[in-house]
Design a protein around this ligand. Sequence first.
Ligand code: ADP
Length: 513
Amino acid sequence: MSSIKSPSAETLKALETVPNMYLILSPDLYILTASDLYLQATETKREAITGKHIFDAFPADPNFPDADGVKNINASLQEVLRTKKPHHMPIQRYDVPDRNHEGEFITRYWDPSHTPVLDDQGDILYIIQLAINITDKVLADMDLEKAKLAHEKTRDSLKSINNELIERTYSERHFRHLADLVPAKISNALPTGEVTFFNKLWLDYSGLNFEDLRDFGYHNMVHPDEIEDFQKGLTEAAANGRPYESEMRFKNTDGEYRWHLNIVSPILDEDGQIAMWVGSTTDIQRMKEEEQRKNDFIGMVSHELKTPLTSLSAYLQVLNSKLSQPDESFEKTAVRQAIKQTGKMTTMINGFLNLSRLEATDTHINKEEFNICKLLRDTVEDMSLITNTHRITLQPCDSKIISGDQEKIGYVLNNLISNACKYSQVGTEVNLSCEVGTNQVTVSITDEGMGIKEEEVSHLFERYYRVENSNTISGFGIGLYLCAEILKRHQGKIWVESEYGKGSTFYFSLPVA
Ligand code: ADP
């Protein structure tokens, strides 16, 4: 300890009992004494600190490497030593050693100030450190601050829950109102399939209340012929997250089945998971009846046109065989052209006849067992005989007996080969192949023609659909539709891969046995 001037023993004694928290330091910062209240606040004894350097008696808390109490107190003391003027510090955290637990510290917050006491010559005799222990207040303030923050957080989340609730209630009400306004039957279901809502039109159509319609009404109303496809479609929609669209019949209160366009659409959340299902079911009975009338009309017209056309063709054939003119004579050429044109007309009329027959409700698929490879070979042979514009070839293929309507599958093949020729340059090749798998056979027809744009592909198999620039080539856009319908009725599939400007490959597959 320093031997520089020090206060008298009486002064120190007097300071010890002052009812405040004082530490008396020598000018070289050794502890001369401390007031009783200071000792209490720092939980120490006078003899444990007297004679020690302030920072030996009160070292920094090693548990808080960032604590700057020592540094700040020292800076304040140096300021006092330099200026010989009192210095008041801002609130300091300065933990004190826990005398009962070796190495541990007790949290303390202080309001410290340093006041120098000068002797007659104006030199510092000692420094009084007044350190008011405000730990309780600071901790209480901190708790208050924490409580305030927690309160604000709770209030904010309550507010957002409330807003969400208002929004949900509003949008739910809005949705229900809208669902009752649209001229369609609307329903809502959970991802599990449990229906949560039927709009008014559904309830009116079924004559049931919500619970009855939900629990046993809906499936009873679906026409038995459509239940299986409907369930399959729903399973697929659930697996790929895409809407399922189908035409199906629902029974009304009079027990009458009416055609509807049924769209079941999954609504996905941000993670791409199904959040709910929305169903829209529109009555298309009138449209269907209208369509049927149109089909019947087309069927009737085609039928009526076919009769005179068949006799016309027959007369032309006879005339051709009876004409004794040389081959290159005008008469011979004209009759040949007339035969060719009647042939074209017959093909077109047959297309319409097939369409109306296929769409008639009593259409039957006459299943029989036949060798698909033989059918391919025969068709290629027949088509090659009447086609001198393209080379029609067939890759070697294994014999395979399948069950189906041979005539209709033959129509599909004819149609795809005719199209391949129709939509490609004269002199190019049309190549067929057949791949026999365990469960299915896949037939492909590849051409080197104009190809199809990607955006057109999904429409090709629709009724009356024609690609825009194919208008110069005759046709009605029913061939591919008929092929797709025939294959559908065989539980088969048709699809196309095409490169615009380069060519296309049409595929169809049929189940084996
Ligand atoms: P159509 O040939 O009478 O117009 P289809 O239903 O057979 O009717 O074909 C529909 C449309 O598909 C055609 O108009 C044509 O644009 C296109 N298409 C069909 N086959 C091919 C093909 N092999 N290459 C390019 N386009 C084709």
